[in-house]
Design a protein around this ligand. Structure first.
Ligand code: NAG
Ligand code: NAG
Ligand code: NAG
Ligand code: NAG
Ligand code: CA
Ligand code: CA
Length: 600
């Protein structure tokens, strides 16, 4: 949830000295680490899967109240199989007063009523597993709803709960109570909120209704592991872990004084907006990694003791590259998340990026990723403008192509398989706290996460087939008549058909085990090659620019003739099965081709 449009202009570490030349032998090194087995290494279930993020409120409404629910998800699990994904991750489905749509949990052990019951959850897990789909839950350890029993007990100073949250006395200035520090919430305003009952401030890095747990309290750490194992016992295959960089804040000094954060100097922000200060006391504190490593130990132990398959931890961390990579593990050999999400395509690339930027950003991740780890790629989520809206509509197939052809795990946010764009949400219809906190200003949309959360487009019937309600919780985007799943299933050529072809292609050993090379053939045309010994070579050719581009593949050693078009983007004039001459290829703006070549 750490929605960080304010830091979106993340600069790729300027100091990447030395060039990454030629082949990146990621997969090959993994393969040959033991003494050259003739067989390719067998991958664990998660290492090359496609994870599909479901935003439950907006996926499918089964009972006509305008809100998506578990029964709706159950009824559409076949869609995920049809799309060719291997796992689903649901944004939070736990009891919540919904100030932050489920990221403010009031009971971590129960299902939100409007989403369904524990019986529905069991049915969902059972059916998903029967269909061969893994089920990942959203685990939100940084904070609890102020409506939770934990918070109520802590506010009442009940024994054992006094220090469950971060409480601080007011600072008295000229006889007036003031906040303990100048720290600003991710959603705007002070992180400190005064409790009349306890006569102290509590800390909230997100909404006022989301109180931050105190991770220096052993009882909190124990409880968090208990929650994870509770859901694992009920069949969860792992977790996406929310907002981890915010787990710890700098502790007060011996006199109980909290240090202020320095001002960022960003003149475009008001003093109450996130980003006005530089978050040196509220993000990326080194203590948090030990907590993550403990979680990994707990889930690994559970799996070992129960002889079960691997349970995965995926870290949501908008952080710089070194702090991000630390989630994989540290120099002392402690291991953490199976991977931290790679948000580089969201935070550093846009419609203006060149093929050189793309190649650089891809290599950046591999340059810093510790050896033997699994990469992953994210193109959108419930906190960010949708992929075709951030880039261009004609780039959908090329971007899905990159997601599917790059090594490691591909992550799809619901709707990316059909090229859904952001919906328009008027101020009157706005429900996201990050936007509401801005008031009805001309720029509330810059802060709003509602446009990327509008309901899924199943077909061209009322409410895009999402719900039979007269009014849905967020409006359905107007373009659903043209952009919807049914239409794309009916069409002979569509984003969805391309997506299916891509997920099918992923089953090739070249994609699961092969090495890769990425380069810019020109300013705007990107080439990604996957190759593996005696197996066919596959390459993605993608014009990321807004004008046509002509390139040659004659000098690419990895690609030998004949080159066959294997998959082509929807507006391409080339049809799958046709051969292509490597000497001169003209690509339309956004055009993408997956080519097949004989083994090198
Ligand atoms: C898993 O193992 C733990 C002990 O580590 C045990 O308490 C629990 O019942 C086991 N669960 C299952 C589903 O086998
Ligand atoms: C990343 O952030 C950490 C902690 O804020 C800082 O110490 C480090 O210098 C940063 N590294 C880079 C490469 O920016
Ligand atoms: C929000 O602002 C717009 C444009 O300034 C205005 O037309 C609209 O009436 C306002 N809505 C509310 C609820 O204040
Ligand atoms: C709605 O979808 C159906 C089924 O895909 C199709 O036959 C019909 O032409 C569509 N109607 C419109 C207005 O696009
Ligand atoms: Ca419903
Ligand atoms: Ca925290």
């Amino acid at each position: 949830m750490s929605w960080t449009r304010t830091v979106i202009v993340a600069v790729i570490a300027a100091a990447v000295v030395g060039t990454v030349v030629g082949l990146v032998v990621w997969a090959v090194m993994r393969e040959t680490s033991t003494t050259e087995p003739p067989e390719l290494r067998e991958l664990d279930w998660w290492e090359h899967t496609v994870i599909y993020q479901i935003y439950p409120r907006s996926f499918k409404d089964s009972d006509g109240d305008g809100i998506g629910d578990l029964k709706g998800i159950i009824s559409e699990l076949e869609h995920l199989v049809d799309a060719g994904v291997g796992a689903l991750w649901m944004s939070p489905i736990f009891k919540s007063p919904m100030y932050d749509f489920g990221y403010d949990i009031s009971d971590f052990y129960d299902i939100q009523e409007e989403y369904g019951t524990m019986a529905d959850f069991n049915e969902l897990v059972e059916k998903a597993h029967a269909l061969g789909l893994k089920v990942l839950l959203d685990y939100v350890p940084n904070h609890a709803s102020t409506y939770s029993e934990y918070f109520k007990k802590s506010e009442n100073r009940e024994p054992g709960y006094e220090d469950y949250f971060v409480w601080a006395d007011p600072v008295r200035v000229n006889g007036v109570n003031q906040e303990p520090s100048n720290w600003i919430s991710q959603f705007g305003g002070s992180v400190w909120e005064f409790s009349e009952k306890r006569q102290q401030y509590y800390l909230h890095q997100f909404a006022i209704e989301q109180a931050d747990f105190n991770f220096r309290e052993q009882a909190v750490k124990d409880e968090m592991i208990k929650i994870m194992l509770f859901w694992i016992e009920r069949g969860a295959d792992g977790f996406r872990v929310d907002a981890i960089p915010h787990l710890f804040e700098t502790a007060p000094d011996a006199n109980g004084v909290y240090p202020d954060e320095p001002l960022s100097g960003n003149m475009f922000l008001r003093p109450d907006q996130a980003g006005y200060t530089t978050q040196i006391h509220t993000r990326d504190l080194i203590e948090l990694y030990d907590v993550v490593y403990d979680w990994r130990e707990a889930v690994d132990n559970w799996a070992k003791n129960n002889g079960s398959e691997t349970k995965v931890l995926l870290a949501e961390a908008y952080a710089n590259i070194s702090m991000t990579m630390l989630y994989y593990g540290d120099e002392k050999g402690r291991i953490g998340a199976h991977f931290p999400f790679n948000f580089d395509f969201i935070t550093t690339l846009s419609a203006e990026s060149s093929a050189r930027d793309f190649a650089y950003v891809i290599r950046h991740w591999f340059t810093y990723m510790p050896q033997g780890q699994v990469p992953n790629w994210v193109f959108g989520n419930h906190d960010q403008s949708r992929m075709p809206s951030r880039f261009r509509s004609n780039m959908v197939d090329g971007l899905n192509g990159l997601n599917m052809l790059l090594p490691g795990v591909a992550i799809t946010y619901q709707g990316e398989e059909i090229g859904m764009k952001d919906g328009f949400v008027s101020w009157e219809d706005t429900v996201d706290v990050a936007a509401l906190n801005q008031g009805n200003s001309s720029n509330y949309l810059e802060f709003s996460r509602d446009p990327c959360r509008t309901p899924y487009h199943w077909d061209n019937s009322t409410n895009a087939g999402f719900s039979t309600a007269p009014k849905t919780w967020l409006p359905v985007a107007e373009d659903y008549i043209e952009i919807n799943l049914q239409a794309q299933k009916d069409a002979s050529v569509s984003h969805y058909k391309v997506y299916q072809a891509l997920t099918r292609l992923r089953k090739e050993k070249t994609l699961s085990h092969g090495a890769f090379d990425v380069q810019a053939l020109s300013l705007n045309t990107l080439l990604l090659v996957r190759h593996l010994r005696t197996h066919d070579t596959y390459a993605l050719l993608f014009n990321v620019g807004s004008v046509s581009d002509t390139v040659s593949l004659s000098n690419v050693d990895l690609l030998s003739e004949p080159l066959t078009v294997y998959i082509s983007s929807v507006h391409s004039t080339r049809t799958p099965g046709s051969t292509i001459s490597s000497s001169s290829i003209t690509l339309l703006p956004g055009e993408a081709l997956v080519l097949r070549a004989p083994p090198t």
